[in-house]
Design a binder for this molecule. Structure first.
Ligand SMILES: *Cc1c(COP(=O)(O)O)cnc(C)c1O
Length: 292
């Protein structure tokens, strides 16, 4: 059922208890523990958490001003520190953008085993799937978590048969529960049309929200291919978060991350939720403007 949904054969799939579990297995299975793991920052925290669980050194590079991979610096670090495994969230979380495809491919030429984490694939439509099927140095991770089923804990890896076979050796038996498998099946069969409708709505709303935020003079919003938007204001993110919360809207403060000072991340919701957010943001910015 997942194979059909992803458009691949069963032999090219490995299912995990969320893609987090697959990140853990990949960190365990690819290379020796003394061999470093390459990540751009800021990115999804699980890569770093997994690496430190196994005591693996990290090689990290800060994203450039467009939140893209800094290629020259990355190549230099790869040459110096010789990481063997790399994680690329594609689109990246929490910035929402897709890294330039060529940059990932160029880094791969240096011998990196590339994990392309497509948790938001449904919202981006861009993929490394064909490369994951045709090569043994690239795998794709996907999940049902970002299409409304996070508590099911169903993630999957798309990879060459030989890679699936190797990573499977690290896997615990029965890692995904029966009830989760049953519900995933229902979601992807009977729920499929509903799911696709929802994804379409979120993509349309993401674009609308982007346009509306772009019009607000105190807001700098960044283009996103995921189901959230990252934005920056002149005010301390914590205070803006509090002001929004007072008005019944919860957003994520990501301003503590490198490159993301004064940034917040908002999930795209239903049209009425997005309207409520826009109103609350407008009021909050006015309140903060009087204070600062
Ligand atoms: C949410 C997210 C995940 C986690 O997915 P699970 O399947 O819930 O473990 C993995 N990668 C990225 C980039 C995410 O944003």
């Amino acid at each position: 059922m997942l194979a059909e949904y992803a458009g691949v054969s069963e032999e090219n799939l490995l299912v995990g208890n969320g893609s987090d579990e697959l990140i853990y297995y990949l960190t365990l299975a690819v290379g020796e523990f003394y061999m470093p793991v390459f990540i751009p920052v800021p990115t999804f925290p699980m890569y770093e958490i997994s690496a430190s669980l196994f005591g693996r050194p990290l090689v990290s590079v800060e994203l450039d001003e467009h939140f893209d991979l800094p290629l020259e610096e990355s190549l230099k670090k790869v040459e110096e520190e010789k990481p063997v495994l790399a994680f690329f969230a594609y689109p990246n979380n929490p910035t929402g953008n897709l890294f330039t495809r060529y940059k990932i491919e160029r880094l791969r030429e240096e011998g990196l085993f590339c994990v392309v984490d497509e948790a938001y694939y449904e919202y981006s439509g861009e993929s490394f799937k064909d490369e994951a099927l045709g090569r043994t140095d690239t795998v794709v991770l996907r999940t049902l978590s970002k299409i409304g089923m996070a508590s099911l804990r169903v993630g999957y890896m798309i990879a060459h048969e030989a890679v699936v076979k190797e990573i499977k050796k690290a896997k615990l038996p029965f890692n995904v529960s029966g009830p989760s498998q049953v519900l995933a099946r229902v979601l992807l069969t009977e729920g499929r049309a509903f799911l696709e409708e929802k994804v379409k709505e979120v993509v349309a709303e993401r674009e609308r929200l982007f346009d509306e935020l772009s019009k607000m003079p105190l807001v700098e919003v960044f283009p996103s291919r995921a189901n959230f938007l990252l934005f920056r204001t002149p005010f301390p993110a914590r205070e803006l978060q509090q002001e929004l919360l007072k008005r019944g809207v919860l957003v994520r403060n990501v301003s503590y991350l490198p490159k993301l000072s004064r940034c917040l991340r908002v999930s795209v919701g239903k049209p009425e939720e997005n309207d409520a957010f826009l109103n609350a943001l407008d009021e909050s910015l006015k309140a903060l403007s009087e204070r600062y």
